[in-house]
Design a protein around this ligand. Structure first.
Ligand SMILES: [Zn+2]
Length: 426
């Protein structure tokens, strides 16, 4: 297990290389491949896999990685999600308005919109391109520099700006990306040039389609008098993706250890690669083809669903139940909900608490105020999908779904330690 400072440095590097779900899946895959994990292809038959370490990608945005022992061993499973709320380019995004070039976007997931204004934005995601033989290929792009900005309206033109105001996604969330000038601009050509810059060996005839997202061009930062805070975009849920990947890299359990990092959690998880889709079930059916054995194995298996929790905000303490006030720096949060928005049971909560004690990590509890709607995550979906005992947990954080979220470094380290312990023998 990495010491605290090295762990946070690697986490920051992981976040920087993961501006989108595609990049997060690729970053996790690269860490696993570097540790000797072998990539499996879903388009091929796997047969009876020999004991070993494997990973598989779906849609280039979801990943399952696992250590494989045998067909009778229980599975220790960690789940997280690769996607974060943001702004996704529309298919025909480029437009000219009052001398400016702009790119139209759709709002992806439940983004907190106000913090997106007046920040340098970069652009990343996936493009589908055609090679000179007519073949369709795919590549990940990342401009890695500020290319857009969404300026606020000056206070002089809107004296009500500091009172709560609705933001119109169609008319107000349209980043500026340049001066229009008088010559025609072909956005596909700009993407083609970026692809050639990133992959000099690629020979794209043209870019056919894209799934590109704006993201905060500012890198993650440590803040606080003693650098206690990690401040960054996408802490929800890249901290958990990183911790799960680190745990699997060093796994030495006699159980089968598996991580699943799903895309599309922020938009309801209904997709081929999302937690409500068949990805995990498909992989488990390949590994455990005999139905009764699979059910027996899954009933003795355990799933830790890791997704960030709401720490109590010192300026808004009334938003939490007074008996359940998870604080920054005091360890992972176990999430409870009577209506099964979280899958934690007495048994699964106790098991996670025991794991925390073994790892010498503190744990806290969260339940929503009874007069506030509760969020949800992949835990209940996976529990319902494959019938595995599940606990929902996550690091406490502030400003969830902002372009800039805040967590305590020590909690990120705590999470890495407890998840690593979960995949250790004995
Ligand atoms: Zn999340």
């Amino acid at each position: 297990m990495l010491p605290h400072d090295a762990c946070i440095a690697e986490l920051i590097s992981f976040i920087r290389t993961s501006p989108t779900a595609f990049h997060a899946a690729a970053a996790s895959a690269a860490l696993l491949a570097g540790q000797g994990f072998v990539r499996l292809d879903e388009q091929e038959c796997w047969g009876r896999l020999p004991a070993g370490k494997y990973y598989v990608l779906r849609n280039e945005s979801s990943l399952i990685g696992f250590t494989w022992q045998d067909t009778a061993a229980a599975f220790s499973i960690i789940g997280a999600h690769t996607d974060s709320p943001g702004l996704r380019l529309k298919p025909n995004a480029l437009r000219r308005e009052q001398g400016c070039l702009q790119l139209g976007v759709e709002i992806y997931g439940g983004a907190l919109l106000r913090p997106w204004f007046d920040r340098e934005l970069s652009l990343a995601g996936r493009v589908a391109w055609q090679d000179k033989d007519g073949g369709l290929r795919s590549a990940l792009l990342d401009f890695q520099r500020p290319v857009g900005i969404m300026p606020s309206l000056a206070i002089h033109l809107n004296r009500e700006a500091n009172k709560q105001q609705e933001i119109n996604g169609q008319t107000e969330m349209v980043p500026l990306v340049g001066l229009a000038g008088d010559t025609a601009i072909d956005f596909q050509q700009i993407l083609r040039a970026q692809l050639c810059h990133q992959q000099p060996e690629a020979t794209p005839v043209g870019i056919i389609d894209h799934e590109l997202f704006f993201y905060d061009a500012a890198p993650p930062a440590l803040a606080g008098l003693h650098q206690e805070f990690l401040v960054s975009a996408r802490l929800d849920n890249l901290v958990s993706c990183f911790a799960a990947t680190q745990a699997l890299r060093t796994a030495d359990s006699i159980d089968n250890c598996l991580i699943i990092l799903n895309d599309h959690e922020e938009v309801g998880s209904v997709s081929a690669a999302g937690a409500k889709g068949p990805f995990l079930r498909d992989v488990l059916e390949r590994l455990l083809p005999e139905a009764e054995n699979r059910q027996a194995v899954l009933r003795k298996s355990f799933f830790i669903s890791a997704d960030n929790a709401h720490a109590v905000h010192p300026n808004y303490t009334a938003k939490h139940d007074p008996q359940h006030l998870p604080q920054l720096g005091r360890g992972p949060v176990i999430k409870f909900n009577a209506n099964q928005r979280y899958a934690t049971t007495a048994a699964s909560g106790a098991r996670f608490r025991q794991l925390c004690a073994q790892a010498k990590v503190p744990a806290q509890d969260f339940v929503s105020r009874s007069d506030l709607a509760c969020g949800s995550t992949i835990g209940p979906l996976t529990a319902a999908g494959i019938g595995v005992d599940t606990v929902d947990i996550g690091i406490p954080s502030l400003a969830m779904h902002s372009i800039r979220e805040t967590a305590a470094c020590i909690d990120c380290w705590h999470l890495c330690r407890v998840l690593t312990r979960f995949f250790q023998h004995g």
